[in-house]
Design a protein around this ligand. Structure first.
Ligand SMILES: CC(=O)N[C@H]1[C@@H](OP(=O)(O)OP(=O)(O)OC[C@H]2O[C@@H](n3ccc(=O)[nH]c3=O)[C@H](O)[C@@H]2O)O[C@H](CO)[C@@H](O)[C@@H]1O
Ligand SMILES: C=C(OP(=O)(O)O)C(=O)O
Length: 429
């Protein structure tokens, strides 16, 4: 199993190209199931989750081709992938495939809308929480589907077609918003989603669906109105920049010091997180290329954050921010409100000398003047990169084990950090 070795102490200086967002690419790829025409996605990141979803889509009968790079295109550019779901040969998403990645459950929406049936394995829990699928099921039932849970599968049927309705989310869910938006695009009549997720990835999916001929209004607000159409066509769409990767590298610079330009991204995708970073002592400004982040000289100030749905502080940056706060000049409080168990990084950061105590959903982080390298274990995607951030300043050597978590969501991480002067490499064994 691969591991990542970091020798701490180097500042970061240079340029880091930001990839396409994993959390936009996954629903966009799934939307290819809605049409028998070709959907072309540009700026698709090269990630383990994308490869796993390709396996799942292929199992349903989706053909795909990956376009080669053009002359002059840098290696940092994402791939262009053509998806074609002309013939859906199987409406079953089996346990072996779905259990590896939660978002694969989302195929239930397009399969049901286009084929009138779907049998999809329940995704199960994961390290960060139980993550039930009740909102998906309630929402799809509201659109007229019958859904039974049997043998670990959601067995869904809508032979006469889905019919638009009003659905009020009792809790904000990104995935359920994606799924209901996709399903309602091919339903008869109008669907109104209230208390919908407002994340930029929801807007990106809505833009792509509209380019395919869907009629969606209000994405990015809490009320989304979808007027169903009888069929969708192909389209070409570029995946949104990854705001979580953007925030992660901005936090790495704030931790290690230095000056880095994050290119192919924009600050409007993560205002709240960048605001917290400024409060912590980083200087951040927009440039024509992207975002310039510096921290020279001054120390890291303690900042309290509470995770919240967009536009709040993202839960997917909570671990990284905690990594940064371990070296602050004082005590900060970090409260996680989205997932009930997203503090697995606390015990691993403690191995590096961090002083963190937990009380319910709040972590109290007492900044320490020095972290010391140690072997640590990645427990989930964002937890693993918080250990990398801490490793960038830890004295001596930090080895992060179980790097496969990191590979789910960070494209060429060692390469991007090495290019800015970090002493980091991957050891394959
Ligand atoms: C692939 C992807 O885009 N993943 C992101 C997506 O996950 P995902 O879409 O799974 O997250 P949700 O927004 O659905 O989850 C938010 C909360 O709602 C709960 N819930 C959700 C659905 C449901 O049917 N019932 C229920 O109770 C969840 O357990 C969680 O406590 O949004 C999360 C919240 O921003 C991010 O951390 C993930 O990185
Ligand atoms: C929790 C995440 O992903 P997923 O929803 O795919 O588990 C994440 O991207 O941080």
């Amino acid at each position: 199993m691969d591991r990542i070795r970091i020798r701490g102490g180097n500042p970061l200086n240079g340029t880091i190209p930001i990839s396409g967002a994993k959390n936009a690419a996954l629903p966009l790829m799934i939307s290819s199931l809605l049409t028998d025409d070709q959907l072309t996605l540009e700026n698709v990141p090269h990630l383990a989750d994308v490869e796993q979803l390709i396996r799942i889509l292929t199992n349903h009968g989706v053909d795909y081709t990956v376009a080669g790079k053009r002359a002059g295109q840098s290696t940092a550019s994402g791939r262009t992938i053509h998806f074609s779901a002309r013939n859906i040969v199987d409406t079953v998403a089996p346990y072996e495939l779905v259990s590896k990645m939660r978002a694969s459950f989302w195929v239930i929406g397009p399969l049901l809308a286009r084929m009138g049936r779907a049998k999809v394995s329940l995704p199960g829990g994961c390290a960060i929480g139980t993550r039930p699928v009740d909102l998906f099921i309630d929402g799809l039932r509201k659109l007229g589907a019958t859904i039974e849970i049997e043998g670990g599968y959601a067995i869904a049927d809508a032979k006469g077609g889905l019919v638009g309705d009003r659905f009020v989310f009792p809790k904000v869910s990104v995935g359920a918003t994606h799924v209901l938006m996709m399903a309602a695009s091919l339903a008869k009549g109008e669907t109104v989603l209230e208390n919908a997720a407002r994340e930029p990835e929801v807007v990106d999916l809505a833009n792509c669906l509209n380019a395919m001929g869907a009629r969606i209004e209000g994405a990015g607000t809490a009320t989304i109105t979808i007027t169903g159409v009888s069929q969708l066509s192909g389209a070409r769409h570029a995946v949104l920049p990854d705001r979580i990767e953007t925030g992660t590298y901005a936090m790495a610079v704030a931790m290690a010091g230095g000056a880095v330009t994050l290119t192919n991204t924009r600050s409007a995708l993560l205002d709240t997180a960048l605001g917290a970073l400024k409060d912590a002592g980083a200087s951040i400004r927009d440039t024509p290329e992207g975002i310039h982040v510096t921290r020279n000289g001054g120390g890291i100030q303690p900042v309290d954050v509470v995770t919240d749905p967009f536009p709040g502080f993202p839960t997917d940056l909570q671990a990284q921010f905690m990594g940064l706060m371990t070296r602050a000049n004082g005590t900060s409080h970090i409260t996680e409100t989205i997932f009930e168990n997203r503090f697995m990084h606390v015990q691993e950061l403690a191995r590096l000398g961090a002083k963190i105590s937990l009380s319910g959903q709040t972590a109290k982080v007492e900044g320490v003047p020095v972290l010391k390298g140690a072997p640590v274990m990645a427990t989930d995607l964002r937890a693993s990169v918080s250990l990398v951030i801490a490793g960038l300043v830890a004295e001596g050597e930090t080895e992060v084990h179980r790097v496969y978590h990191l590979d789910r969501g960070f494209e060429r991480l060692e390469e991007k950090l090495t290019a800015c002067g970090a002493d980091i490499d991957r050891i394959s064994s």
